[in-house]
Design a protein around this ligand. Structure first.
Ligand code: DX5
Ligand code: ZN
Length: 223
C-alpha cells in the first residue's frame, strides 16, 4: 500500500488558511486531515462543517478530505459531513454504540469509512469489526490538541493490525495521528502505518521544508 503524509490543518494559520493550503498543494500533498471536535468527546472545540465546505468549494478537487470526527454520536452528522465534502469520514469507537451501522451509513454515501481508537483503548475491541472499515486510525496522543508527545506503545497496535490484515486479507488502511515528527517517522512507517498525520511538525516553521523532509523518508518506503 502506498504511504502518504496527511497534514492536519489544526496547526495551520486560520487567519491565512489559503496560503497554507496553497503550500500543501505545491508540495503535491494529496490527503488533508481535518480535525473536528465537539467539546464533549474531547475537551476542545475546533473547526466544523462550514470551514470544511468552504475549503471543498474552493480547492476540493485538489485534495482528498480525510475528516476525523472527535465527536459524540457521530451517526448524527454523517450526511452533513458528506455534504460538506468529506471523502474519508472517521469516527471513534468510543463515541458511538453503533459502530458498524455508522460505518455502513458512511459507505452508503460513497465515502470511505474510518474507525479510530484512543491510546487507552485496547486494539482487540476492534476484532469483530475489522472487516468493515476502509481505514483504521490509531491515536498516538490523547485526542483534542496538537503538539503533544507521541505515545510509543501505540505502535504495538499498528503491528497487530498490520499482521491481521496480512493473515486475514483485510483491506483497511492504517493511519496514525498525533505527535508524529522527523524523529519518529521512520519507526512509524516500519511498524506498518500507511497514512501519517502530522500537524505541528508540518505547520510550525517552514511548511515546504517540513513536508519535503517528511516526504523524503516516506518516499523511500514507496519505492
Ligand atoms: C489531535 C488531532 C490531530 C492533531 C495532530 O486530537 O486528531 O490530528 O492535529 O497534531 P500533532 O501532529 O501536532 O500532534
Ligand atoms: Zn486527527
Amino acid at each position: 500500500m502506498k504511504r502518504y503524509l496527511a497534514p492536519s490543518l489544526l496547526s495551520a494559520n486560520f487567519y491565512n488558511l489559503k496560503e497554507d493550503i496553497t503550500k500543501l498543494k505545491s508540495c503535491d500533498i494529496k490527503y488533508i486531515h481535518l480535525d473536528v471536535m465537539d467539546g464533549l468527546f474531547v475537551p476542545n472545540i475546533s473547526m466544523g462543517i462550514p470551514v470544511i465546505k468552504s475549503i471543498k468549494d474552493n480547492v476540493g478537487s485538489d485534495f482528498v478530505f480525510d475528516t476525523h470526527l472527535m465527536i459524540e454520536k457521530p451517526e448524527r452528522y454523517v450526511d452533513n459531513f458528506y455534504k460538506a465534502g468529506a471523502d474519508i469520514l472517521t469516527i471513534h469507537k468510543e463515541a458511538t454504540d453503533d459502530v458498524k451501522g455508522t460505518l455502513h451509513s458512511i459507505k452508503d454515501k460513497g465515502m470511505m469509512a474510518g474507525l479510530s481508537i484512543n491510546p487507552e483503548t485496547d486494539v482487540h475491541v476492534l476484532d469483530d469489526e475489522l472487516s468493515v472499515p476502509d481505514l483504521i486510525l490509531i491515536m498516538s496522543v490523547h485526542p483534542g490538541f496538537g503538539g503533544q508527545k507521541f505515545i510509543e506503545s501505540t505502535l504495538d497496535k499498528v503491528g497487530y493490525l498490520d499482521e491481521e490484515r496480512r493473515k486475514k486479507g483485510y483491506r483497511y488502511i492504517i493511519e496514525i495521528d498525533g505527535g508524529v515528527d522527523k524523529t519518529n517517522i521512520k519507526r512509524i512507517l516500519k511498524a506498518g502505518v500507511d497514512f501519517v498525520v502530522a500537524g505541528s511538525a508540518v505547520f510550525n516553521g517552514d511548511i515546504t521544508k517540513n513536508i519535503n523532509d517528511f516526504n523524503e523518508v516516506i518516499g523511500a518506503y514507496n519505492e
